[in-house]
Design a protein around this ligand. Structure first.
Ligand code: SF4
Length: 186
């Protein structure tokens, strides 16, 4: 995966580091083995060092894989396998918190996440009933953990990055982040 976080991801030569949904970078990590390359997101490499991240692959779901859905249940919204009903809610939340904590500790100063994904989507993600009918709109679980736990961290989706005003605001917010890793800031 591009810019894997197995090594350090700290900023280099004054360039801040951002974590980006891997499918937006053209990596074949989607459930069907495809990608969702976004040229405006890839172009952020001129501003920042990019670390790729795919919550579903990193959680061990594999490629290709069963699709997952945010699903309304008696116990609240769960992240379930569409066919198997396998419950990924707790593993995804636990993975997300640990991964985000590590990335931030390593110097990541912002995130760009794939819209409408049950893992990465920041808003407007489909929530279905157990019978598959549409129930509501919600937020992907990785995105939810990020925004709930670290509301100060700049985050955008590829639709925002494709919009010149939102892109500029995101870039400025990331540049303004003061890292607490002891490695300084720009
Ligand atoms: S939207 Fe997120 S979880 Fe889905 S393929 Fe892209 S990076 Fe992976």
């Amino acid at each position: 995966m591009t810019g894997s976080s197995t090594g350090g991801v700290s900023e280099t030569r004054g360039r801040k580091v951002i974590a980006v949904s891997a499918c937006l970078l053209g990596e074949a990590v989607r459930y069907d083995g495809g990608d969702r390359r976004s040229a405006p997101v890839v172009a952020l490499a001129s501003e920042f060092r990019i670390v790729a991240l795919c919550p579903e692959v990193e959680l061990g779901m594999g490629v290709p894989r069963e699709t997952i859905e945010l699903t309304e249940t008696e116990g609240g919204i769960r992240l379930l396998g569409s066919r198997s009903g396998r419950d990924w809610t707790a593993p995804m939340r636990g993975y997300a918190r640990a991964r985000i904590e590590t990335l931030l500790a390593e110097g990541v100063a912002g995130f760009v996440l794939k819209s409408r994904s049950p893992s990465c989507g920041l808003r407007g993600v489909r929530v279905v009933e157990l019978d598959g009918s549409m129930a509501a709109r919600g937020r992907g679980l990785f995105a939810e953990e990020l925004q709930r736990g670290w509301p100060e961290v700049p985050v955008e989706d590829e639709e925002g990055i494709a919009d010149s005003t939102r892109r500029r605001e995101f870039v400025e917010r990331v540049r303004a982040v003061v890292l607490d890793t002891g490695k300084g800031h720009c």
